[in-house]
Design a protein around this ligand. Structure first.
Ligand code: ADP
Length: 202
């Protein structure tokens, strides 16, 4: 039986490269990977961070769990294997954006070291900025932005991160944002101070 990959010929060397696109956009592309519990503040921070970067002239794309799961990953659930495949596809998509010079802001719980390591490996560690959006479980549960914690406590959602499915503390982060201690404005300001020097075109 022949290997089906033997008939695939990537053409990356023949098309315009990342350097040309970064030059055109006058920015360095990176993936800003927000990890944390549901309700920790990933989506909120992504929204304001994108606005902040936009105001400074940067081109970004937010990739958000719910959007991706209702579109390209609509065939995936929340088993370990599906969570892994969810993040693998997102990492590959982010890599395409990086090659196009665009900064992505990714909001995914990405609950285990194994999953985050895979994303970092696919994207490349130099392009991967890992942000731990952290609030204690009881704070996230009190916020219960989408009513999911009460559903999980009632047993209506299986494998809910923090309740019936683990969240491992990230070990390789670039920054931790404690959203129970900081305002939204302070959180975004701290992030901008880390990110802007890394996306500036010099
Ligand atoms: P996630 O995307 O991680 O599930 P959301 O962004 O949907 O979380 O919800 C976070 C909630 O916490 C929002 O209601 C937001 O207003 C609130 N919040 C309070 N302080 C902060 C902060 N410093 N950063 C982000 N969100 C915050």
């Amino acid at each position: 039986m022949s290997d089906q990959n033997e008939n695939i010929f990537p053409v990356y060397h023949e098309i315009l490269g990342r350097a040309e696109k970064e030059q055109q956009l006058t920015q360095r592309s990176k993936v800003i990977w927000l990890t944390g519990l549901s309700g920790a503040g990933k989506t909120t921070i992504a929204k304001y961070l994108e606005e902040g970067l936009y105001d400074l002239g940067y081109l970004t794309q937010v990739l958000d769990g719910d959007n991706i799961r209702s579109g390209i990953n609509s065939n995936l659930g929340f088993s370990d294997a599906d969570r892994f495949e969810n993040i693998r596809r997102i990492a590959e998509i982010s890599k395409l954006f990086v090659h196009c010079g665009v900064i992505t802001i990714n909001c995914f719980i990405s609950p285990t070291e194994e999953i985050r390591d895979m994303a970092r490996r696919i994207i490349g560690k130099d392009d991967f900025i890992e942000v731990y959006v952290n609030a204690p479980l009881n704070v996230c549960e009190e916020r219960d932005v989408k009513g999911l914690y009460s559903k999980a406590r009632r047993g209506e959602i299986k494998e809910f991160t923090g309740i019936t499915s683990p969240f491992e503390t990230p070990e390789n982060i670039d920054i931790e944002i404690r959203t129970d201690l900081l305002s939204i404005e302070e959180s975004v300001q701290q992030l901008l101070e880390l990110i802007v020097p890394r996306v500036e075109y010099r």
